[in-house]
Design a binder for this molecule. Structure first.
Ligand code: 1GP
Length: 233
């Protein structure tokens, strides 16, 4: 179990990482082989699995099936505690720091604990920060929180740094799945400057230029979901 250590090491060496996000609700089990092949070709470092509205029990089956086809580490990126499965390798233990809804700051985390008893998952404390991506993303709807404006760089930076002081090991800047506007490179750069922990960026990234810009400005790991689903990458 060395997912976090690998991300930290890559960040130190400025080696950029890529994760493909799969939503178990949007793929069928018999697609797992094909999906794994495509991810291998892209040379992704991680497979993230999660979604905002995943039917109970589906994540477990989906990860189990994926595992038959791939050795790429599978990291859970759960929309809620019921998506936790021991079949994966790691878990982003998320707190939605940009929001003021206790359900996603601490309640969901408490509900996850019984699922984590005797778990072998690598649990990675992650500060999750929602930035306005110009679309009414599902995170927004489900969490009933307000994203931080792209103009409010200071607030994004303070939120990220507060997360680091609270002991988060990763900070995730999220524009929302399928976002119209990606996280502004100026925000990525400003956050990165103040952060001593690795930075994840995702939401709406669909072109090579957007990917390169995220990396150039300080993203250590970029997450791509929708563009992979739509066969754009
Ligand atoms: C969403 O950051 C991820 O949680 C990925 O977003 O689906 O827009 O690539 P996309």
């Amino acid at each position: 179990k060395n997912i976090l250590a690998n991300i930290q090491e890559a960040s130190k060496k400025e080696k950029k990482l890529l994760a493909i996000l799969l939503d178990p609700d949007k793929s069928t089990l018999d697609e797992a082989g094909l999906i794994s092949e495509r991810i291998k070709k892209i040379n992704a470092n991680f497979i993230f699995v999660g979604g905002s509205f995943v039917e109970k029990g589906i994540t477990n089956l989906f990860v189990e099936e994926l595992k038959k086809h791939t050795n790429i580490p599978i990291v859970l990126f759960p929309g809620d505690y019921s998506q936790v499965t021991n079949k994966a390798d790691g878990l982003l233990f998320l707190s939605l720091l940009s929001g003021r809804n206790p359900e996603y700051l601490i309640e969901q985390q408490i509900k996850a604990v019984p699922y984590l008893k005797n778990s072998t998952l690598e649990i990675i404390p992650t500060g999750y920060i929602l930035i306005d991506g110009g679309t009414n993303s599902s995170v927004l709807k489900v969490s009933k929180t307000t994203p931080i404006s792209q103009k409010n760089i200071d607030l994004v930076v303070s939120t990220a740094v507060a997360g680091m002081y609270k002991g988060k090991q990763l900070i995730y800047l999220e524009a929302g799945s399928g976002a119209k506007n990606v996280v502004n490179p100026a925000i990525i750069a400003a956050v990165k400057k103040q952060l001593k922990i690795p930075l994840i960026v995702g939401g709406g990234i669909r072109t090579k230029t957007q990917l390169t810009n995220a990396y150039k400005n300080g993203a250590d790991l970029v997450v791509i979901g929708t563009a992979f689903e739509n066969n754009i990458i």
